[in-house]
Design a protein. Sequence first.
Length: 430
Amino acid sequence: MPKLNLQKRFPTLAFMMLIVPIAGQYRIYPFDDSFRVSLGTPTFFFFLLLKKKINPLVAGLLVGISVSCFRLLLGITTSKIGSLNYALISNIDALFYYLTYGAFFFLFRIKRFSDKPLLIGILAACAEILASLAQILVRHFLIGMSIPDGLLVTLAPIAIIRSFLVLGFYSIFAIREAQLLEEQQQQRIDDMLVEISNLFVETIQLKKSIKNSEEATRACYTLYRHLTDTQIPQNQAFAQTALKLAGEIHEIKKDNQRIYAGLSKIISDKNFTDYINVNDLGTIIQETNQKYAQLIGKNLDFKICIQGEHPSYYTYTVFSILNNLVSNAVEAIMDAGRVLIFITRCQDDVEFKVCDNGPGIPAKIQSAIFEYGFTTKFDISGRPSTGIGLSYIKDITESLGGTIQLLNEPSLHSTCFLVRVPIKALMERG
């Protein structure tokens, strides 16, 4: 017998020892008053299916003891028994019944057929018939109970019906459990998608920083050469400073390149969501930002409109663009409002338009909203936002050969951002 970890399994076993005897009090008598068919067996079968780590042999032994003791105590308290010896003999059959049932489950390892419900139902019916035969034989030898005619003809239909009813109920339970697990898994995937997309945003900024470092290094080295060529003594100290700056900036660039390579590997390794269709994209964007709106105490209504036939797009590129636009819209609305999301195919391009009915953007600052570091958002302590959201979208959009523009649409009472990008660029890995 395999090693049993009773300490961990005892709460479940104790619960079975309590519930099965109670369920066993709802019963019928197919032959006479000396043999019963109850709900105890279906309950026991359901527990064995539900708790796969429970040893059925141990469970059968403990439940059999608890059922026998329960019936004995019930008989004593209700004064429905004669002598104590007769009561013990009359109720000991339950021990053999559940022990036989559990032993059958254990020997045939019925739980391994979880993907074959028909076979489980047949085997469970056989286990019940065998357990019932064992119970009747015990009563026959102990109290002289006669073995009824047509025993198997009566037992078999009852066993089959009860086993498959329990199996059907368990299947409903298992399907619901699988649905919950699937929902949890999908939530983890969505959360990971958001995190990886945020990393993708950082890689774009890091790539820009690397490019700026290269230009700064080149400028410092050009300055060094110019100061050296002048042959002016007082410029030599400045030349050395420029050379030193060029070297330090170059080291910063190399550090950034190592970080960029690491982040790029993390992103590329998550290939289970490398490409996404627009319907799934819209659903994730809506659910993610709905939760974000609730988190910051806003009541927003999201609407998504998808037009045209779309291929699957590279996940992190398209998600980063659209999610940044939508989260900006969420933050722009004060307390309640709506966010409209349009994804439209225009021949070889795709348009993403995000509109909100927030306070809008004043005309005097519209020309500056795409500048790096510009922001109109402040937290409760008065500290400004980073101001990289729109500048990032502009950078990545233009790097893909696309455009971004601010639209004012009085008909919708909305502020809209329109991004247009070549479809081919969105189908390539970032």
